[in-house]
Design a protein around this ligand. Structure first.
Ligand code: FAD
Length: 439
């Protein structure tokens, strides 16, 4: 299988050049791609499933991020905002919550005169293909427009044509299953409503649901840590609240505090969980592999093995903080070249391997590492990392700067990738089903 031609001007036919670039997702990376396309004078459209920008981030909006503002704003987007008279965050050394990131940055960006008219909300991409060409047809493929099939909020199905596609749809809405096999455990349908998505708003919107209940958080990453801390806080005022933490490895090194972590807020999170376990406020159950789930009274029973022996664990509710994976189903007709472990582009995978890298030691990378055998198609942002939990926004901003330069035929700019990330001492502990190292 040949990789794509590195000289885009030569391959973009006149027909393709008349079409917009299609950007999937109005999260921070999709909007950054849009800002870069705008700067280059390339026509584009952004398709967003939610009814506002940053729809996935809003789902965990109550959670404080680890990076300070200065690492969270894309340079091209900032220029656009500045020209529109934007008021930047008062102190860029502070880390915002997800909600603040949306309200103070993404919403104003999505409402600029330049981006606003080019974003379609309530528009979910369900498939991407080459127009009139299934995956097996090769002749003239690189001169054929992309076809993007969408469903709209009112139930219509439409198809749009594009010269290139940038998939920035994230992974937040496709969590890893609870089962240690990577599959939904048998019995999942019977416990509907008792297994909750990562990062519920324990101290706010979802408080009544958790008060006085026994909740088990499954997962070894920072999403799990956030929820454990919130549940422990709730237990102070709702004393019958019980908190368990179930992990499949012998230890959860990714959550533990690290003195090397330049993202200090995140290191503090680890030490707070360590203390909750030491003080017996959080009951930690390690080495537990989940095979089956079943209803147990009004609650749920997790059935599996612990240190090789059959084991069961009962709770009222389970929070699934097991990390995320990319939704590749909509890309079935696109020729992808993915690493067989992390499901990231094959050239990118060794650079982000969580066995070797923390978020901050991922080298800067651009179109070259992100390319697939399908010319003009790129997965960027959180989704480009596949199952690896090491993504930082600053890395994604550099990705889309390079990718949009490539689409514009500006090879000089596309190949010149550069970035300085904060060093982090975590995330180098193996791919164990934990959540984003930054979450
Ligand atoms: C709790 C948490 C804290 C984090 N903290 C940090 C941090 O401090 N620093 C940092 O650098 N990174 C952090 N991250 C990691 C990462 O930066 C974020 O996950 C970020 O939101 C990724 O941006 P994105 O644009 O790639 O994807 P998303 O923000 O997930 O955006 C994807 C967008 O695509 C839309 N979409 C999804 N599917 C479709 C579809 N089929 N069709 C159309 N639209 C679709 C979604 O509605 C969404 O708006 C954190 C992540 C989490 C979960």
């Amino acid at each position: 299988m040949t990789l794509l031609d590195l000289t885009p001007r030569a391959t973009v036919s006149d027909r393709l050049a008349t079409l917009p670039v299609v950007v999937i997702g109005a999260g921070p990376i999709g909007l950054a791609a849009a800002a870069n396309l705008l700067t280059r004078g390339l026509e584009f459209i952004v398709l967003e499933a939610g009814d506002h920008a940053g729809a996935s981030i809003r789902l965990w909006g109550h959670t404080r991020m680890f990076s300070p503002w200065r690492h969270l704003i894309d340079p091209a987007s900032r220029r656009l905002l500045d020209a529109a008279g934007w008021t930047p965050p008062a102190d860029e050394a502070l880390a915002p919550t997800g909600r603040e990131l949306v309200d103070q940055y993404l919403t104003p960006l999505a409402r600029t005169d330049e981006l606003g008219p080019r974003i379609r909300y309530g528009t979910r991409v369900v498939a991407v293909a080459r127009a009139g060409m299934d995956r097996t047809r090769s002749a003239g493929r690189d001169r054929t427009p992309f076809l993007v099939r969408v469903t709209t909020a009112d139930g219509r199905v439409e198809e749009l044509a594009g010269r290139a596609v940038i998939d920035a749809s994230g992974t937040y809405t496709t969590p890893n299953p609870l089962g240690s096999s990577g599959l939904d455990p048998i019995g999942t349908a019977d416990v509907d409503g008792r297994v909750l998505h990562a990062l519920p708003d324990v101290l706010g919107h979802d408080r009544a649901r958790f008060a006085g209940k026994h909740t088990t958080v499954v997962g070894a990453g920072h999403s799990a840590a956030n929820t454990l801390i919130a549940l422990a806080e709730l237990a102070k005022t709702e004393p019958s609240t019980r908190v368990s933490w179930l992990i499949r490895n012998a230890s959860a090194a990714r959550v533990s505090s690290s003195p090397d972590d330049e993202l200090a807020d995140r290191a503090r999170l680890g030490s707070r969980v360590d203390r909750l376990v030491e003080n017996g406020i959080v009951e930690k159950i390690d080495s537990f592999e989940i095979f089956r789930v079943q209803a147990h009274g009004d609650g749920i029973r997790l059935v599996g093995t612990r240190r090789g022996e059959p084991a069961a664990h009962d709770a009222d509710l389970v929070v699934r903080a097991t990390g995320f994976r990319p939704d590749l189903s909509m890309l079935r007709e696109i020729r992808l070249q993915l690493d067989d472990v992390v499901e990231a582009p094959t050239r990118l995978a060794p650079l982000i391997d969580p066995n070797l890298h923390s978020c901050g030691t991922v080298p800067p990378h651009g179109f070259d590492e992100l390319r697939h055998p399908e010319p003009g198609f790129f997965v960027v942002g959180m989704k480009s990392y596949g199952r690896a939990p090491t993504f930082l926004l600053a890395t994604g901003y550099e990705q889309v700067r390079s990718v949009t330069a490539w689409i514009d035929g500006d090879m000089r700019s596309a190949t010149r990738v550069q970035l300085t990330l904060p060093a982090t001492g975590v995330c180098s502990t193996g791919l164990d089903g934990g959540s984003s190292c930054c979450s």
